[in-house]
Design a protein around this ligand. Structure first.
Ligand code: ADP
Ligand code: MG
Ligand code: ZN
Length: 482
C-alpha cells in the first residue's frame, strides 16, 4: 500500500479598496448601479490609455512586505490575452516576469505547530467585469442571455502565489486565515470571501510519501469560504488517491467545487501560460520603485497579527485568547486600554473572550454598543484583585455593565455585591465563629483539615456571603497554626 502525501499551492486574489481603479479614475464602489462607474479606459474604447494607480501599487508592496518578500526595483506590466465578454480589452493587464514582490514566506500555525509557507510572488492584476447569466441555473450553459456590468472592470487586484509547500487541508485553511488577517491589518482590503473581495484557487496534487517529484495537479476554483476550501482540498486529495490507486491518471485541469454536493467537478482543461501569449504592455512604462518608496512602505507597516499575538502572549494571555482578541479588533482595543490602565491582563483576557463574547453573541450586538469601556474593565479588574468582588459577583457586575446599568463600583454597591475585604472586620467575624466552635479548631490542630470548610461556611453565613473567602480561610488556618 502506497502512502500518499498531498502537495498544495494556493493562488489568492484580493481586491484592493482604493479610491479609484487600477488604470483610470473611476471610483471603486460596489454598491453602484450597473455600468455607472465606467470610462473610456476601463471600457477599452479606442485610443484610451492606462495610468497606474500609485495607491494600488503601494497596497501591493505593503502586502509583499508583510509576507517577507523582496520588493523589486524594476517591475513590468504584461498583457494576458484571452477573450471573454466581461473583458472588453480582450486582455487583462497583469504581471509575468518581474512582479512587484518575490520570494517571501508566511509563518502559519497549525494546531499549535509553527509551519512556513513560501510565497513565490505577489503581483498586480486588474479585475474583470461581471457577467450575470440569466436563465436556468445561472450557468452560461442553458442561459437565455447574459448581462454585463463593467463597474468591476479594472478594479485593482493582487495575486498572492504560494510555493507548493502546503501539505494538508488544515494548513491551507490556516494559511488563508492568516493572509486574510494580514490584509485586513494593512487596511488594504476587507478580504471577504462571501463577497468575492478575497478568492482562493487551490492547486492540488498527491505523490508517494517521501518522493520529490511533483504529481500532476488539478486547480479547484469557486470556493467562497475557508471551510469550503478546506473541504474541497480534502475531497480532491481523496479523489486523486483513488484514481491513482485504481491505475488511472490525473489530468491537469480546472475543477469546480460544488458546495451542496460536496464534490469537485471538471471544468475546462487547464491553459498553459503560452496560451495567453503574454507580452509586455506597450502602453505602460516599466515601473521603477526607488529605495525611498520601498522604505516608506516598510516604515508604514502596522503591527501585524503575529506580532500582536506574541505581544498579548507576553502579557499573559494564552494562545487561544491571544488569537481571539487579535481577530476581534474591537475587543483587542478594550483589552489594550484596560491593561494600560493597570488591569491584570490575564483576568481581562478571560472575561473578554468568555463572558463578553457570550453576551455579545446572545444580544446580537457589538461591544461598542454596550456600556463596557476600557475604564470600566480596569475598574472591575482592580476590584476583583483587591478581593472586593468574588469571581461570581464579578461576572454579575460585568453583565450589568454590558447591559448599560452603570460603572462597576456603582453596580456592585447597588446590588450589594461588595465583599468585606477589610482584614480587621473579617478577623472579628472569624474570632466570633471560632469562639462558638472550639471543638472544630481542636480537630484542625490535630491535623484534620475537614472542619476548615465548615468554619469558612460559618463565617460566610455570618457575613451574608460578603467576606472574601480566601481571606477567611487564610485567617482560620493562621489561628489553627498559631
Ligand atoms: P498557473 O496556475 O498560473 O499556471 P503556476 O504554475 O505558477 O501558475 O502555479 C500556480 C500554483 O500552483 C502555485 O501556488 C504553485 O505552488 C502550485 N503548484 C504548481 N505545481 C503544483 C503541483 N504539482 N501540485 C500542487 N501545487 C502545484
Ligand atoms: Mg493558476
Ligand atoms: Zn474607468
Amino acid at each position: 500500500m502506497t502512502e500518499w502525501e498531498a502537495v498544495i499551492g494556493l493562488e489568492t486574489h484580493v481586491e484592493l479598496q482604493t479610491n479609484s481603479k487600477m488604470f483610470c479614475g473611476c471610483p471603486v464602489d460596489f454598491g453602484d448601479d450597473p455600468n455607472t462607474s465606467v470610462c473610456p479606459v476601463c471600457l477599452a474604447l479606442p485610443g484610451a490609455l492606462p495610468v497606474p494607480n500609485e495607491d494600488a501599487i503601494e497596497g501591493i508592496l505593503s502586502i509583499g512586505d508583510a509576507l517577507n518578500c523582496t520588493l523589486t526595483e524594476h517591475s513590468l506590466f504584461y498583457r494576458k490575452n484571452y477573450f471573454y465578454p466581461d473583458l472588453p480589452k480582450n486582455y487583462q493587464i497583469s504581471q509575468y516576469t518581474f512582479p512587484l514582490c518575490v520570494d517571501g514566506r508566511l509563518e502559519v500555525d497549525v494546531d499549535g505547530e509553527a509551519t512556513t509557507v513560501g510565497i513565490t510572488r505577489v503581483h498586480m492584476e486588474e479585475d474583470t467585469g461581471k457577467s450575470t447569466h440569466v436563465g436556468e441555473g445561472g450557468r452560461i450553459h442553458g442561459a437565455d442571455h447574459t448581462l454585463l456590468d463593467f463597474n468591476r472592470a479594472g478594479v485593482p487586484l493582487v495575486e498572492v502565489v504560494t510555493e507548493p509547500d502546503i501539505r494538508s487541508p488544515e494548513q491551507a485553511r490556516a494559511y488563508g486565515m492568516e493572509l486574510q488577517r494580514i490584509v485586513r491589518a494593512l487596511g488594504v482590503s476587507d478580504a471577504r470571501l462571501e463577497e468575492g473581495s478575497m478568492r482562493f484557487d487551490a492547486n492540488i496534487s498527491v505523490r508517494p510519501a517521501g518522493t520529490e517529484v511533483l504529481g500532476t495537479r488539478t486547480e479547484v476554483k469557486n470556493v467562497n469560504s475557508l471551510r469550503s476550501m478546506q473541504r474541497a482540498i480534502a475531497f480532491e486529495i481523496e479523489r486523486q488517491i483513488e484514481v491513482l490507486e485504481s491505475s488511472g491518471s490525473i489530468h491537469q485541469e480546472t475543477r469546480h467545487w460544488d458546495e451542496a454536493a460536496g464534490v469537485t467537478r471538471p471544468g475546462r482543461t487547464k491553459e498553459e501560460s503560452e496560451d495567453y501569449r503574454y507580452f509586455q504592455d506597450p502602453d505602460l512604462l516599466p515601473l521603477q520603485i526607488d529605495e525611498a518608496w520601498r522604505d516608506r512602505v516598510v516604515e508604514r507597516r502596522p503591527e501585524l497579527p503575529a506580532a500582536k499575538r506574541a505581544r498579548y502572549r507576553a502579557l499573559g494571555a494564552d494562545q487561544r485568547t491571544a488569537e481571539l482578541l487579535v481577530d476581534a479588533g474591537d475587543l483587542a482595543a478594550l483589552y489594550e486600554g484596560a491593561v494600560e490602565r493597570g488591569a491584570n491582563a490575564r483576568t481581562v483576557g478571560i472575561w473578554l473572550t468568555g463572558e463578553v463574547v457570550r453576551y455579545l453573541r446572545s444580544a446580537g450586538t457589538d461591544v461598542g454598543d454596550t456600556g463596557l469601556t476600557a475604564e470600566s474593565l480596569a475598574e472591575l479588574a482592580s476590584m476583583t484583585d483587591a478581593g472586593e468582588l468574588s469571581a461570581t459577583a464579578a461576572k454579575d457586575v460585568l453583565a450589568a455593565v454590558l447591559a448599560g446599568e452603570g460603572a462597576p463600583r456603582a453596580v456592585a454597591e447597588d446590588r450589594d455585591l461588595l465583599q468585606i475585604s477589610d482584614r480587621s472586620a473579617i478577623e472579628t467575624e472569624v474570632a466570633a465563629v471560632l469562639d462558638q466552635h472550639p471543638e472544630a479548631l481542636e480537630r484542625i490542630r490535630d491535623g484534620d483539615t475537614k472542619p476548615i470548610g465548615f468554619l469558612v461556611g460559618q463565617v460566610m453565613r455570618a457575613t451574608g456571603g460578603k467576606a472574601d473567602p480566601r481571606m477567611v480561610q487564610e485567617l482560620i488556618r493562621g489561628e489553627a497554626n498559631g
